[in-house]
Design a protein around this ligand. Structure first.
Ligand code: CP
Ligand code: NVA
Length: 288
């Protein structure tokens, strides 16, 4: 899947940016996108991905669809399955995504839940590989909240054979089940310096995820995990920095790191488009 994302990206040179992929492999397919939370990257990248592959995007949100007036997920899943060939869902409770998948008769894609964000992780892995690093054996440091992104990073570590050291405050560490999904590749520590020592990749994310209250106690616990130049200097000299965005500049990472020479945040954001194309093609059995 990653190789397809990299190849298709390489074929898209020049301008205009939104031109269609010449082979239009998903011509005639429709993708419904259901947003129960805000989005910039996921919405734009999936919309353009299905369009450039020759298909049709349809966006629904709770403000303007009947979901916002209480139509059930089960009924929505069955109705959308009658029109569309795949459904992407961004929601809060992971159980809602599973319910959508249970009642839909078409593939359902996780566009982020409170538990995980696998489509972002695809783009992150693509970005790491494109930076010239190979995934097996890589040391990845995670700083801050034990959130949905960390869960997807840990799951990817188990599948792609790299190692994650996550530095999190005790009360915001990932659950044992999340760590176990890393198949022995993930370790949680409390010390930021311990996590970044010798790291090839340093990753962080917002301290307050969508749907969470802005709690002063949580913010206070997070400051020792801020990714700043002093912390980056303790990783390998050629280490790269990733952040799925949106960033809360000056909180989880400083401007100097976000905009610095080790940062890959802009190619990482762009790679959502290329990675999402690969996810879509995989859903339709076109690639392995
Ligand atoms: N990284 C990410 O998923 O961004 P959006 O919330 O803007 O979609
Ligand atoms: N952890 C963040 C990721 C945003 C893309 C959130 O869930 O809000």
């Amino acid at each position: 899947m990653l190789a397809d994302a990299i190849d298709r990206k390489a074929a898209r040179v020049g301008w205009p940016k939104a031109k269609l992929d010449a082979d239009a492999p998903l011509s005639g397919y429709a993708l419904a996108m259901v947003f129960e939370k805000n989005s910039t990257r996921t919405r734009v990248s999936f919309d353009l991905a299905i369009t450039q592959l020759g298909g049709v995007p349809i966006v629904l949100d709770t403000a303007t669809s009947q979901l916002g007036r209480g139509e059930s997920i089960a009924d929505t899943a069955r109705v959308l399955s009658g029109y569309c060939d795949a459904i992407m869902v961004r929601t809060d409770d992971h159980a809602k995504l599973l319910e959508m998948a249970h009642y839909a008769s078409v593939p359902v894609i996780n566009g982020l839940t409170d538990d995980s964000h696998p489509c972002q992780m695809m783009a992150d892995l693509q970005t790491i590989v494109e930076s010239g690093k190979s995934l097996p054996g890589l040391k990845v440091a995670w700083l801050g909240d034990g959130n949905n992104m960390l869960a997807s990073l840990i799951e990817a570590a188990g599948l792609m054979h790299f190692d994650v050291v996550a530095a999190c405050p005790q009360s915001f560490a990932p659950s044992d089940a999340v760590v176990a999904a890393g198949q022995g590749r993930a370790r949680v520590v409390n010390d930021a310096a311990e996590a970044v020592a010798g790291a090839d990749i340093v990753i962080t994310d917002t301290w307050i995820s969508m749907g969470q209250a802005h709690a002063e106690a949580k913010m206070a616990a997070m400051w020792p995990y801020q990714v700043n130049e002093a912390l980056m200097a303790q990783a390998k000299p050629d280490a790269k920095f990733l952040h799925c965005l949106p960033a809360h500049r000056g909180e989880e990472a400083t401007d100097a790191v976000l905009d610095g020479p080790q940062s890959l945040i802009w190619p990482e954001a762009e790679n959502r488009l290329h990675a999402q194309k690969a996810v879509l093609r995989w859903c339709f059995g076109q690639i392995g």
